[in-house]
Structure formats: structure tokens, C-alpha cells
Design a protein around this ligand. Sequence first.
Ligand code: UDX
Ligand code: UDX
Length: 465
Amino acid sequence: MRITKICCIGAGYVGGPTMSVIAQKCPDIKVTVVDLNVKRINDWNDSNTNNIPIYEPGLSEIVAETRNRNLFFSTDVEKAIDEAELIFISVNTPTKTYGSGKGMAADLKYIELCARQIAQVSKTNKIIVEKSTLPVRTAEAIKSILDSTGNGVKFQILSNPEFLAEGTAVADLLNPDRVLIGGEDSLEGRAAMQSLVDIYANWVPKEQILTTNVWSSELSKLVANAFLAQRVSSINAMSILCEKTGADVNEVSKAIGMDKRIGSKFLQSSVGFGGSCFQKDILNLVYIAKSYGLTEVAEYWEQVIIMNDYQKTRFASNIVKTLYNTVADKKITFLGWAFKKDTNDTRESAAIYIADNLLFEQAKIAVYDPKVNEKQILSDLNYLDSRSSQENEKGITVFTEPYEALKDTHAIAVLTEWDEFKCYDWAKIYDSMKKPAFIFDGRNLLDGKQLEKIGFIYYQIGVGN
Ligand code: UDX
Ligand code: UDX
């Protein structure tokens, strides 16, 4: 079937960019993105495309080109479902915060709500595409909800996980390593898969579009994220050993990365990985393994998370220890709050946990991030529930200009690898700081030798001092 109308439920970090690129590459297809969040939809429809709710390099230009041509943002979920031949489900699937599987399993309540709404509204046959990352065999649950409507409408369920990374989402969508589509091995299943293949084939070479069974596709997404996160935890595990032995983790990383069998990507040691996916997906994998009674498998992967938590805690303790075992009332400046550069997303950012640790020690934290505002920073801290929102407000000051944030500070923690930090006038910053002036580079971003020449005491992850 040739698709002419697509609906996407969920206008978030995945749904928004993905549908914008599909609309740009398929001008004959009408793409409607719907969301329950009225403000989010209003922001996507803002007359100035620089104000769209998600910051991704290149995205606002695509939205400017396609919006109200064949890309529409709306809160009328039912109308969009009714019209569409193919529906992407791209709602969030956070880690459960209640009940069985609390803190581990994926919370599928939004997915189920979507399935019920689709079942209720649909009058014609439809292809349903799981875009959200889901535990393996979720398609089965969706199918059973859809099939029990009794109104004779037929649904085909496909899994089409997203592999885009935030900050490079547009580039990843335009030029993906592969597109993965899982479907049922039946006449109807293969036809549904072909309809989706045809959409991507408008810009992705056919050999890079991989079709598999639904379960392989669902599981591959979790496995891909687990493998990527494992590399970061592996190099971070070595960073502390480097500090103890006099090896330099950057040199080790380069030396091993040149081995073709290992490869150079995802070997940058850091204060710990963040983002909405890695932790959630690994916990999800661990939970699935446990629920099949596979304790060893679960423990193996859980260690990736434990290592990541350790890296964050040890970074914060190192700051306290170095500042003479007390940071009470000392100003400590964070450069960066987002979980990585080129995004305004802060979900699971290491900065949140470092701040939490230092607030326990009664530090006064100053934050500057080029794309994250005060409201977001406070809401991230309040979400942890470690102290009252008034106490968080007392402990944190957010700046919209870096030099003010850095003035009279005792120490700097570099927590996001924004390029602009490399270009600061570091001699001027040194002059405005309390002495001795410390920098804790959680991203190994800055030129340590240069900084030490100016007079800074510079700490880099994975390099003994
Ligand atoms: C995505 C994927 O969906 C998730 O599975 C993956 O692991 C991480 O990335 P993301 O796009 O980042 O999620 O989430 P978010 O930015 O929170 O967007 C989800 C949107 O769905 C929100 O705007 C929310 O309002 C909307 N939503 C949620 C609905 O419209 N209906 C619902 O029932 C639930
Ligand atoms: C990830 C996956 O890469 C993507 O394929 C999937 O669809 C969603 O999850 P994302 O979370 O956007 O994407 O960011 P990613 O670039 O993978 O980085 C995750 C975290 O790891 C960041 O905090 C990053 O700073 C950190 N990281 C990454 C390191 O600490 N070292 C590295 O070498 C690479």
C-alpha cells in the first residue's frame, strides 16, 4: 500500500525531528504530529521556528520548510488517527516509579493509552509503528488491545526503533547507519513492512534498510544502547585505574581505539553517561533478563549502571576532597548542565547528580549552560526529592552569561562538552577567581597544559595528578 497520510503520536525529541525529516523527504505524504501537551504543540507551531521546543542543529530550518506544507502539529489526536494509514507511536516510556518492576521496568501506560485510543477511533485498516523504545514482545500487548475492538478493522504492528542521538538527530536521520524495521512474517506483515521501507527508501539506500521479525527489532534497540553504554562504562572503569597508576586514559583510549576490532567511538571517558535512553534501556534489559530468571545476565548488564553511578559519585567526592574536605558556602561553578553538547535535554545528566552531592555538602553552586534555563535546572533537582525546592533555590544560582558565573568562584566543574568553553578567555577567568583556582574537567575538554601555565590546578578524569 502506498502511504499518503501519516500520524505520529508524541511530539518529543524523537517524534518531532523524525517526522520533520520524513515530511521533508516525502513531500507527497501528509505528516501530522499530535501530542496531549498543548504547550508543546503551540511551541512547535510558533511563527518563529527558532522557538520550537527542541533544540537540534538544522531542525528549525527543516520545520520552516515543511510546516503547513505537508507537516502539521496538532492536539486533535483523534482526527489525526482517523485520517492516517500509518501511525507512529513515539510517546515516552520512562522507568517505572511504582508497583512491580519499580525503578527498572519500562512504564508502558502511555503506550497502552495510545493503543486503546487507536482501537477506539479507527474505522479503516492501519499500520501501527512502534517508534518508542519498548521491551521485547510489547507488540504482542499492543496487538491484543487493537484486535479486541470487535469492529473488524485490521492492524499490522511494526517495530521501527530510532537510533538517532540527540545533538546530531537531523544528521543521523538524513544519513542513518541503518533503518531497522521488524514485522510479522505473513503476507500482510510483509506488505506492511514494504510500505514503511518505501517511505525510507526516498532517501536511504535500500541496502541500509534492514527488515527482521518484530522481536529482533525490539530487542536490537535495547542491545545497541546497552553496548554503547557498556563502552563508556568500560573506559570509565579504566579511568580510575589510570589515575592510580600514572597512565593517561586519553592515551589508552587512542591506543586501543586504533585496533579495528575495537574502534574509536564511545571511548571518551567522562563524568558518566546521561540522557534519556542508556540507563532506562539497560534497566529495562536487566528487568527482562531477571523476569526470565537469568540472574547472571541481569547482573552482568547491571554493572554498567553501577559503574556509571560510581563515576559520578567519585567525581563529586574528588571536588570535596581537593577543596580541603569542605565546600560549605564555597562557590563552585558548573559549565554545562545538558547531558551532552548541542542539546537542551537534561534527562539523567551527570550534572544533576554532581549538584545533588555538592548541595549535601552545602556548596553554593553557580550554573551556566548555553541552552538550559533556570526553570529546567531547578525542576531537575526538585525531581530528585533530596531536599525542598526552597533549599534547592538557595543552593543554586543560574547565570545566562559565563564570566559572571565564574567570578569569585573557588572551583569550576566542566560537565558538558560545549565547544564554546574551549574558546573562553581563561587568563581573565583565572584573575577573577578565588585562589588557588581549581578546574575539574569532567569531559577532558580543555587544554590542561595551557591552563596549568596560567596558574590553574587542573584535574582531568583518568589522569593522575
Ligand atoms: C523517546 C522515545 O519515545 C523513548 O522510547 C526513547 O527511549 C527516548 O526517546 P522522547 O521523544 O525523547 O522519547 O520523549 P519525550 O520528549 O518525552 O516525548 C514524548 C511526547 O509524547 C511528549 O511530548 C508527551 O507529551 C507525548 N505524549 C505522551 C502523548 O502525546 N500522549 C501520551 O499518552 C503520552
Ligand atoms: C543514545 C544512542 O546513541 C542512540 O542511538 C539512541 O537512539 C538513543 O540513545 P543519546 O542518548 O542521544 O543517544 O546520546 P549519546 O551520544 O549516545 O550519548 C549518551 C551519553 O554518553 C552522553 O551523556 C554522552 O556524553 C556520553 N558519552 C558518549 C561519553 O561519556 N563518552 C563517549 O565516548 C560517548
